[in-house]
Structures are given as C-alpha cells and as structure tokens.
Design a protein around this ligand. Structure first.
Ligand SMILES: *[C@@H]1O[C@H](CO)[C@@H](O)[C@H](O)[C@H]1NC(C)=O
Ligand SMILES: *[C@@H]1O[C@H](CO)[C@@H](O)[C@H](O)[C@H]1NC(C)=O
Ligand SMILES: *[C@@H]1O[C@H](CO)[C@@H](O)[C@H](O)[C@H]1NC(C)=O
Length: 340
C-alpha cells in the first residue's frame, strides 16, 4: 500500500469520526430505568426477570438478547434520534471499556423500581444505578476526558433518561410496600424518593433530564382518568418544576404516555396496529409473524419495538414529553457549572 493512500485512508476515517461526533445532538445518553429500557443488565443477575432467550431480540439481528421486547427499546430509539450509538448495558462492559466509552451507558434493570424494596430477585434499583453512574462520572470518564472543565461540560450537556416507577405499583414485585399506604401517600413517598435520586444525579453534574411518569397506566387500564398513578404524575410534575427553580441550570421534561396510549387504543389502525394488548408471544415457543401489528410483545405486557418507536418519536417531536420535547431539551443551551 503506498504512503499517500494510507494517509488518505487515515484522513477519511478521521473525518468520519469527527462527523459522527458533530452530528450528535448531545455528547452522551445515560439511561436509568426498568424493563422499558434495560438493554441486558439483567442477563448478568440472578433474577426470574430475564429477557436473555429467543424470541426476545428476534428483530435485533435475532442475536442480541436482554431487551424485554422483540427489537430496540425506548432508550435505543432515543439514542438513535440523538445520533448516538445505543448505550450498552453497564454490567456488560469491562473496566477498560468503561473507561473509554464517552457516548453513554445504560444502567436500566428489569423488575426494579424507585424503591429498592421493589424487585424480583436481583436487579439494579434506581439507587444502585445511580451509584454505578457516580462511579462512571468520577472514576471512568476522567480517564477519557482528562480536563475537569471539559468533563463538567460533558456531564452538563448530556441527556439523562430516568424511566422508572411502574414496578413500584406492580403487586408482583413491589413486595407489599404499596399496600401499606393510601394511594396519595404512596405517590408522595415515591416522589420524595425520586427527588432524592435526581438530586444525586445533579450533584454529580447532570443537568438535562427526561423523567417518566409511567409507560402505561398502573394498575393496567387505558382509561386515563382511572389510573391510580395519576397521583404520582401530578405530584411529580409539581416537584420537578420546583427542582428546576432550585437547582441552578437544571432542565426537566416529563414523559407522560397516557394521551398517546389512549390515542393508540382509540385508533389503532392509524398506528399500524391490529392487535391491541394481545401478546405477540403467548409462550416462549410461538411468536407472531408480524410484530409491528401488536402493541404487546410478551405475556408480561412488555411493548413491542413498534410501540417503543411510536413513543420515542412522539416524545422527540410531539407532545408526549412536556413542557419540552426531547429535541428541544437536547438543543437547549446548558448553563455550565461555574469554576474551571
Ligand atoms: C433466531 O434465533 C433462534 C435462537 O438462536 C434460532 O432458533 C432461530 O432459528 C433464529 N431464526 C432465524 C430466522 O435465524
Ligand atoms: C436502599 O439502597 C440504599 C443504597 O444502596 C441503601 O443505603 C439503603 O439502606 C437501602 N434500603 C433498603 C430498605 O434496602
Ligand atoms: C406488518 O404490519 C405492518 C402494519 O400493519 C404493515 O405495514 C406491514 O406491511 C406488515 N408486514 C408484513 C410482512 O406483513
């Protein structure tokens, strides 16, 4: 190979790397949550809540297991919309990989919740996920991003998804905690806990947050007015407004899927859906032919990739995420922490 050819190869691969970085709307996507976003952390844990076998991942090259759906999940689509790689599961990364990866990590874990009593076997509670992120930000990232002001900018401009809470309402995994409270008090308790978690992320350097109410109504129903979790949603909205006023430079937007899910249920055809709430897989040996015609992938009620895509797109461009769409949040100027 002659020298100039080598050089031009080098230059063009350099340009490709630069172009990829320039296209990304934010430096990184850090993901916290439950099975709606888990990309494979539970593959490494002792839990009945696993998606490590076919047909999970059947539409993700039929060889990537660990997501609780047929293909990509909500976090994956959001990463793609931000022009970032899909964030890999934290537990799948070696120490070396952790110290090199600067485009985001997924800490999500199926069956876990805001409360660390919520679980089926082992999982990463939100507290544990944030502990791991803290280690990412204070131990791993400084190896790749050496100058502290640059690292602070990286953390402040990145996006943080916190999509968790429906398991805290799920009697199968909340270990009876919910029943000890009135619905209103339980919602209040969850919001307090969520607030503490978010403050920890802020203290580490996070500024741009997407926080969820629930992917659907809990207990399961698609009549928006009858969700017990409405109490949580109302209190969360108020609390995040307060936090934004009190935590300098923070920006919050809230994912609320209730209207979108009601729209899908009123007019499924418009979304390409034929089978509402009929799982694609009744058991692990039978899988429907056309996954995108179903809202639901497995018997546990996890959505199909088609639904995650509809939700992610409407959060990014539409009104499922408010007061800012995700694209507005991504493009919003960040108020950088003071100091150098
Ligand atoms: C998908 O993967 C499963 C499990 O490895 C395998 O049995 C099946 O034949 C694969 N399907 C296709 C179309 O490759
Ligand atoms: C929940 O997790 C946190 C952090 O890991 C720990 O400090 C706390 O004691 C745990 N609480 C319960 C009830 O397990
Ligand atoms: C699957 O369903 C979608 C939505 O109805 C439709 O657009 C598509 O053509 C179907 N694909 C196949 C292979 O039938």
């Amino acid at each position: 190979m002659d020298k100039s050819f080598k050089l031009s190869l080098l230059i063009s691969s350099f340009i490709i790397v630069m172009a990829n970085n320039a296209d990304a709307l934010v430096p990184a996507l850090y993901v916290f949550g439950d099975s709606g976003v888990d990309a494979g952390n539970n593959n490494f844990l002792k839990t009945p809540a696993k998606a490590d076998k076919w047909p999970y991942g059947i539409d993700l090259n039929n060889n990537t297991r660990g997501r609780f759906t047929n293909g990509k999940n909500a976090a994956d689509f959001i990463a793609m919309l931000l022009n970032l790689p899909m964030p890999p599961p934290y537990l799948s990364l070696s120490e070396v990989e952790r110290s090199r990866l600067i485009t985001g990590i997924n800490y999500g874990s199926g069956s876990c919740g805001i409360l660390n009593t919520t679980r089926a076997g082992e999982c990463l509670s939100l507290g544990k996920q944030i502990e791991y992120f803290t280690s990412t930000a204070t131990t791993d990232l400084p190896k790749a991003i050496k100058r502290p002001p640059k690292l602070r900018r990286h953390l402040a401009k990145s996006m943080y998804l916190v999509l968790i809470g429906s398991n805290d309402y799920n009697n199968m995994v909340n270990n009876g905690v919910r029943n000890k409270f009135t619905p209103q008090d339980f919602a209040q308790y969850l919001v307090e806990e969520m607030t503490n978690h978010i403050k920890k992320l802020y203290d580490v350097g996070a500024r741009k947050f997407l926080v969820s109410t629930f992917a659907s109504c809990e207990p399961k129903t698609y009549v928006p007015e009858s969700c017990e979790s409405n109490y949580y949603t109302e209190k969360l909205v108020d609390r995040l407004q307060e936090l934004q006023a009190n935590l300098f430079g923070s920006l919050f937007t809230i994912y609320d899927g209730r209207k979108l899910f009601a729209r899908i249920h009123e007019n499924p055809k418009q979304f390409g859906i034929t089978y509402l709430d009929v799982p694609c897989c009744e058991d692990a040996s039978i899988v429907c032919a056309n996954r995108s015609e179903h809202t639901t992938f497995d018997k546990l009620g996890h959505p199909t990739e088609a639904i995650y895509k509809i939700v992610a797109l409407d959060c990014f461009y539409g009104s499922t995420c408010l007061p800012l769409s995700l694209s507005q949040l991504a493009n919003a100027p960040s108020f950088l922490p003071l100091g150098n």
